[in-house]
Design a binder for this molecule. Sequence first.
Ligand code: NAI
Ligand code: MG
Length: 514
Amino acid sequence: MSREMTKAAQPSAAARGGAPERAAADGAEPRLVFGRAWDYAPAPEAADHVTIAPRYDLFIGGAWRAPRSGKYFDTINPATESKLSEVAEANAADVDDAVRAARAAYESTWSKMKASERAKYIFRIARAIQEKARELAIVESMDGGKPIKESRDVDVPLAAAHFFYHAGWADKLDYAFHGRTARPLGVAGQIIPWNFPLLMAAWKIAPALACGNTVVLKPAETTPLSALLLARIIEEAELPPGVVNIVTGAGETGAALAAHPGVDKVAFTGSTEIGKRIQKALAGTKKRLTLELGGKAANIVFADAPIDQAVEGIVGGIYFNQGHVCCAGSRLLVEESVHDVIVRKLKDRVATLRVGDPLDKNTDVGAINSKMQLDKIKQLVDAGAAEGAERYSAPCALPEKGYWFPPTFFTGASQSSRIAREEIFGPVLTVLTFRTPDEALEKANNTMYGLSAGIWTDKGAKIFWMAERLKAGVVWGNTYNKFDPSSPFGGYKESGFGREGGRQGLSAYVELDG
Ligand code: NAI
Ligand code: MG
């Protein structure tokens, strides 16, 4: 496609929304501008068959219980700002009830059950997630703002896959840890974030159960609904009462769970700041801890890379899930000789991203998860501009209600600027350059984080050379944001420690004898 045609197909912001008209290209020959005439027609996923209860209690000991706190808080749809439901706010006494229920279930049934029997329950959860996939995807998109095509094609199938995968391990732990005996730890207290609510619940619950532990899980306060639907599934799967308990609430509830003396293992995914706080609270106790925290991943593009594929990978790497992704490729490192062509192609591609209604099947970028997160993104973007970087934002129309941010990238930023160092956790990319593989490596590793990285090149040897030297838990070659339950995920440095998924992930939930 010629440059001229590309331009004509992607009209300027001013032209969008208008009827087909003739416009002069750079004062030269007039050309056709189609405005919105060729836009996708709306394709909303029907949500009328999904029932969200007006109020949810706590799921403790296999029953739904009103919180001792007596308090409830709203969860809203960030795309519309309308209230979806209200959920219980668990206080320390509620958390105590949940931990006791988990302990009782651990001692009376779950740790004593034959592993092959445990596996059957976990398989049952996996199948029920598949059966209710549509409902789960819709609720996930409504509660958190992510595009339905992602919740439908990524979050929900991967959540089911995690339960299937770990169900398979339950009676094969002897093979996972050769020559040693794996014993469960007891009660796992698990705290998860709002960017992949159901998937993170699966990442946490599935391995814990497979290894014979019981669970108290606290979902994030802006996105509790899919975990509550999962609690219903667990109830329908007839797991023994107390094996999985779900307590909703905000930071205080999470802190009470992490600090509870009856918890044997804490697993946390969220911000580095809170991760550090939890680590401090646990210091000197015998509790086991895994932390999966923030990131500022380098996505590295060499001049010999297939450029168009790399551009797709860059876009997927940062704009997937509005950039609310701990392993997002938020620092783009491009070899200097291809910088200009990549920036030009990136601009063209970003301008075509469809931002808007998360329930529309054509939407690429949905709503920002919360007002708080939107404010944080705006603040960092302002800092980027103030520090002298050049900003490009997609010329898209944003809905009036709700929390939105256009897909954006910065060029000409210095390595020391805030947008090159801090996790923005939004649809904002910072483009930097390098001239040699050594320089790419040095810049990529020059971060307090170390969760993930991407490498784009025609040369397999270069991928191996770089991957060996990158201080990142996951390194993708000529692809990005690929997940599989059999593949361990986790970080270095301030991105945390411990692995989730794969055989490696099981070791976080067992004590090994011998
Ligand atoms: P957060 O770390 O506060 O929230 C994560 C979870 O921890 C939530 O369930 C929350 O209720 C809980 N929590 C909060 N305070 C706690 C405490 N003292 N003890 C135990 N649990 C606690 O993250 P937040 O405030 O929602 O987002 C702030 C920033 O963190 C984001 O802008 C983003 O940069 C980063 N973040 C990173 C995530 C990741 O996956 N790496 C996920 C979420 C946020
Ligand atoms: Mg919500």
